[in-house]
Design a protein around this ligand. Sequence first.
Ligand code: C2E
Ligand code: CA
Ligand code: CA
Length: 748
Amino acid sequence: MSQPPIQQHKANILVVDDKPENLHLLSHTLTSHGYEVRGVVNGMMALRVAMSAQPDLILLDIMMPDVSGFDICRKLKANDKTQDIPIIFLSANNNIQDKVQAFAAGGVDYINKPFQIDEVLIRIKNQLDLQKAQVKIRQLNEELEIKIQERTAQLKATNQELEQEIIERRQLTQLLKESEERLHSILNSLEEVVWSVDGQTRRLNFLNLAAHKVYGRPATELLENPARRLQVVHPEDRHRVRKEFERLEKHKSIDVEYRILQPDGTVRWLWERSKLIRDENETTRLDGIICDITDRKIFEQQLSYEARHDALTGLYNRVFFIGKVEAVIQKIKQDEDYSFAVLFIDLDRFKIVNDSLGHILGDRLLVEVSNVIQQSLRPQDIVARLGGDEFTILIEKFTDIEDVTIIANRILNKLMSAFNLEGHTVFTGASIGIVLGNAGYDNSTEILRDADIAMYRAKANGKGRYEVFNPEMYAHTLELLQLENDLRTAIERQEFVLHYQPIVSVQTGQLEGFEALLRWQHPQRGLIFPDKFINIAEETGLIVPLGEWVISEACRQLHDWKLRYSSAAQFRISVNLASQQIIQPNFVSRLVEILQAVKLEANYLNLEITETTLMDYGENTIEILNQIRDKRIQLSIDDFGTGYSSLRYLHRFPINFLKIDRSFIKDITLKKEHFEIVRTIVTLAHSLGINVIAEGVETLQQLKVLQHFHCKFCQGYFFSRPVTPNTAESLFSKNWQVAPVVNLVQFE
Ligand code: C2E
Ligand code: CA
Ligand code: CA
């Protein structure tokens, strides 16, 4: 919209009148009153001037020759440039119609001619003022409009900010809520109890869900009331925990482990860390965390248990035992009167059981043995499994060595009995070395070494016994070790020989055959008897090749005799077998090969198996024995009566001969008991179709008793000691004068 300029000083007036005198008068007057005046005499000029430079006001004559003032006015009002210029009409007609027309055309005032100049001036001034005011108002309006717009914009901005803030706050509140929920959910998912109570009222501020589970009961009341909380603490820990709880009320924090009892009596271990939170010396809160550490405790106990115990038997282990021995060594060094002994137990036939029945039953045997040992001890004695089939015992505070040997004997006797392992009857037996503690020992190694030496000695002396260590054993042990070494090379060097002891028929006094007995022709030590090395050979496994050599050599010898002597035609040769030989997988086929190699008929070979060996393998043995019998090789039970078998089992074994042990024969004339035993054995064996050989017959008296019992065969110094092959040959045709039974022996 176009705006006429606001006149500050001189207003610009256009006067339009066709009468020059009017024009002149008005121009003159108005100019003299400070207006700038332009004058035109017709309408068309008026339009032109007004268009080119807009006046502030127009005085317009109505009656003009070319165009009427109304038309001019209407044209000016119709044009944008000029429509706002106030127009005052000048007219000679003072009628109403003209006036109405004037205003309708857009005029603002109407002056009658002839005009009073003062009136014209006032009306002009009024119109100009009005015009000014209008402009001013319009200006103000515009300013106001701008201000309103600005303000609106400001308000809008502020509003947006507020809205943004509200959104942010809402988000914050949401976040806060979420994080609070998260915190709660975290606290409630914890396994640890998290609690907080008001310091004054002791009301709970917070308690998570874990509490119920840990205590096994609702825990609110517990945590609000320390006395109540103490009631669920394990009685043994209560005193200590009460002190801690008191500390918590007075001091800053506690850190304590204790046990509680759940309602069903279950014991749980807890760890608690609680704090007193003070605010300007005023107690405000007690906060705490409580963990159930039962699993850890159990694990710790297990670890410390496992560190000290043997996993298989549950006995103490080597590490623990050594620690105990070290401790008693210290005790005895301070107090010479203190007494202790270490027993070293080694099973005699564990290896055989393990090899023949497998590890699982081997392990079972170790467990059974450990039970037997434990049952033989007092509660304060310490027993450990050192490893393998070795066990050790620490006995403290005894008054007499007999206190210790009684224990050793008790164990030996119990271990002598049969163990039943899933239907297998096994015998193990044990040898025990004993060391008596003294202040001369500096460490456990020395003690275990000496106990081991004594045990070794017990084995060498025939197993199933104990030996108490003495310093001389050292030398002997070294000797044994030397022997063991020598034994390894003795077979290659052909240092072994066989001696032969006759087996004689009681009825005829004729030679029936021989038992081949092994001897070691040692280059330095001379002739060594089997009781000195058979155990070592068994222990080292050397018995297997050595035993095979014995069978082979005995068969060769017999065949050679049969070729050279007709008297030897029916002789049999008895050969002793060790347990380990029988369980060789190819044992039976090896026997057949050997017999074929030396061309000896199978029925002339008689294998002697101790009853202990028979019992070692149970059903397995019977199967092997049957295979041997199928080859027509003869079988004998050796040392009958000393081992574990009983007459009840006799019928199960496919045997031809039974050799009564010489310990029974020795006392047959002295002890009625043995007299009766031998009689029973002979009677029963005969009823089963088994021949009996009496071993160790040394006197005629003994022979007479055996004749009386109708025992068929005898062997012993009474007839001959074991002799070299040459000497044996000289006995072939010998007939022993066997006196007929005349006077009966004293027991009848
Ligand atoms: P054994 O099988 O009981 O053999 C009999 C032992 O008793 C022999 O001892 C023999 O000399 C001895 N003896 C014979 N008659 C009498 C007598 O009237 N009175 C006394 N007091 N003793 C008599 P030896 O030769 O010292 O053999 C001892 C053990 O060594 C044998 O006992 C046997 O178990 C074992 N042995 C011997 N040779 C072998 C062998 O080649 N292999 C195996 N595995 N063991 C053998
Ligand atoms: Ca024998
Ligand atoms: Ca024997």
